[in-house]
Design a protein around this ligand. Structure first.
Ligand code: FAD
Length: 541
């Protein structure tokens, strides 16, 4: 039972009357109708890999929720958004986002709904049940020679229903879009226990409001997704990945523009990683080879993170082959590098691996000629392809092994990313001179995981001091995000983690429309209460 009522990070959770594991849509509907008749709230759950506490009963297990422990939100930075005192919020009521305390709640796990119902090659779609893991959906597509492109590090456990409810992103959004763009239709059990048969397979359907879009990204607060029509794509014949070293995020952006101009739809991933991020991977996964001394960015525990990031005294510059990794080197620069950054670029070709390689080599050669890229390695085999991707995929795990940090999943307009990072770092350093930043993410989507350790050391636990730092750091970072026309959640959602902050950064009119939708579809607030929508109950009364 514990695994159903505690979240992935062991940070949130609360008691549940029961865990329901229905086998079919009709069974889901029967459970929902029973809950409606008995006033029981429902927390829908897929793989329970969500990172905002939305997939478990609301409450606190491991520590503080931002805005709790007496830390209140300062006045809103957005003149059109409510201030913490202008509108009752989870923060200033002191009640926090825990309405489940006062009423019984069950966890409704979709894990047993895992059939692939059909595959339509002519229409390039498949109908998949909500509890199917993302990896199983990918495999089902591959078995028919097609690609289902959503790709997350959690794909072995997360489910299609959870991916839809969080509108998941991942590393291929640049080419294929996020989950919203990969879905044509839904089957949903409504809050009253009726089944909406919305498994639309049409590419064109202008017959009114797009109800599908309401349920995607709703975090289970409007209804329960039981199945979906997903889009399929041709399998690429070849994929090649390169790791490139650049001086600063501006150069990474310049490389993005060059790569998009040359590769267009063949550019399938463009990920940015700070030296500190790669350094953490090097320390905690020493078995993974890090090319061209990129791990020089590793900050030994307890050391100022600036150390080791300011120069890169590579002796082997100019070599064509990296002795540590066996990767082919495109070319190498010689100048000392300040604060190196790294970009992982992937090119895919429908024709051949050679075509993908040629495209990527052309981009990198031109970028080196232009001085945008200092050094780069290309994967020369499947093993090297996997090894380079492993560097990116293990950053989160390396961070967890290092200790706790304050995570931000932000997006800003792509062209403003470098400017955002300069401003955010300056503001953070003014408050915390020893601040340590571990930045990585989907630069091609304008989405960064901007993780902050306010002190040189990563924290070991959630405690009062961590909670106070977290609230302060969140406001610093998110105010800079708002000033750069960004969003405080790009792909992880709101859950309980960002609940108080949503009230701070959303326009009042947006919140009002969201509440109207919630009231129409779930008038008794029984679908995942206390998540996503700030102070829903208070405002409804
Ligand atoms: P859960 O965690 O079970 O639930 C998430 C939310 O969806 C909850 O609000 C829940 O109530 C709701 N929900 C679940 N199933 C249903 C349903 N059938 N109907 C209605 N509501 C439902 N996310 C990204 O976007 N991009 C990434 O790159 C990424 N990388 C990750 C890497 C790791 C290592 C981990 C642990 C997580 C990562 N995530 C990422 C976050 C997470 O995997 C995604 O949010 C994922 O989509 C959640 O799917 P799930 O099945 O685990 O959902």
């Amino acid at each position: 039972m514990t695994s159903f009522v505690r979240d992935y990070r062991q940070r949130w959770g609360g008691p549940a009357l029961a865990v329901a594991l229905p086998d079919s849509t009709d069974d889901v509907a029967a459970v929902v109708r029973w809950c409606a008749a008995h006033g029981v709230a429902i927390v829908p759950q897929g793989g329970n890999t969500g990172l905002t506490g939305a997939s478990v009963p609301a409450g606190i297990v491991g520590g503080a929720i931002a805005g709790h422990n007496g830390v209140s939100a300062p006045a809103s930075p957005n003149p059109t958004a409510p201030t913490a005192s202008a509108e009752p919020s989870a923060t200033d009521t002191g009640a926090g986002p825990q309405p489940d305390r006062d009423r019984p709640v069950i966890v409704l796990s979709l894990k047993h709904l895992q059939r692939v119902r059909s595959v339509d090659l002519a229409g390039s779609t498949m109908v998949v049940e909500a509890g199917c893991t993302l990896a199983a959906a990918q495999a089902a597509a591959a078995a028919h020679g097609r690609l289902f492109p959503l790709s997350l590090a959690s794909e072995g456990s997360c489910t299609v229903g959870g991916n839809l409810a969080t509108n998941a992103g991942g590393v291929q959004v640049l080419r294929y879009g996020n989950m919203r763009e990969l879905c044509l239709g839904l089957e949903v059990v409504t809050a009253s226990g009726e089944v909406w048969h919305g498994l639309n397979r049409l590419r064109k359907n202008n017959t009114g409001y797009d109800l599908r879009d309401l349920f995607i990204g709703a975090e289970g607060t409007l209804g329960i997704i039981t199945a979906a029509v997903l889009k399929l794509f041709p399998q690429p014949a070849g994929r090649v990945v390169a790791l490139a070293q650049v001086d600063a995020p501006e150069q990474a952006l310049a490389l993005l523009v060059q790569a998009q101009s040359r590769l267009a739809a063949e550019l399938t991933a463009f990920e940015l990683m700070s030296a500190d991020a790669l350094g953490l991977v090097h320390r905690h996964f020493p078995e993974l080879p890090v090319p061209f001394g990129a791990a020089a960015g590793a900050t030994p525990a307890g050391q100022d993170p600036g150390a080791g990031q300011d120069t890169d005294a590579r002796q082997d510059a100019g070599a064509r082959h990296d002795a540590d990794t066996g990767h082919d080197r495109a070319r190498a620069g010689r100048q000392p590098v300040t604060r190196p950054w790294f970009v992982l670029l992937e090119a895919s070709s429908l024709h051949s691996e050679a075509a993908a390689r040629e495209g990527l080599e052309t981009v990198l050669a031109a970028a080196m000629e232009a001085g945008t890229v200092r050094d780069a390695v290309l994967s020369g085999s499947l093993a090297q392809f996997a090894a380079l991707w492993a560097l990116r995929e293990n950053i989160s795990a390396a961070q967890s092994r290092e200790g706790r940090n304050i995570k931000h999943d932000i997006s800003v307009p792509i062209g403003r990313i470098a400017e955002f990072m300069v401003a955010a770092e300056a503001q953070l350093r003014a408050a915390y001179p020893a601040v340590r930043l571990t930045v990585f993410g989907h630069l091609g989507d304008g989405n960064l995981h901007f993780n902050v350790s306010p002190r040189a050391q990563f924290a070991r636990q959630y405690d009062e001091a961590f909670a106070a730092d977290e609230a302060r750091v969140n406001h610093i970072v998110h105010d800079v995000v708002a000033a750069h026309e960004g969003a405080i959640s790009a792909e992880h959602g709101i859950g309980v983690l960002r609940l108080a902050e949503l009230a701070r950064y959303k326009q009042p009119l947006e919140l009002q429309m969201m509440r109207a939708i919630k009231a129409a579809l779930d008038p008794d607030d029984r679908m995942n209460p206390g998540k996503l929508l700030p102070t829903y109950c208070k405002v409804m009364k």
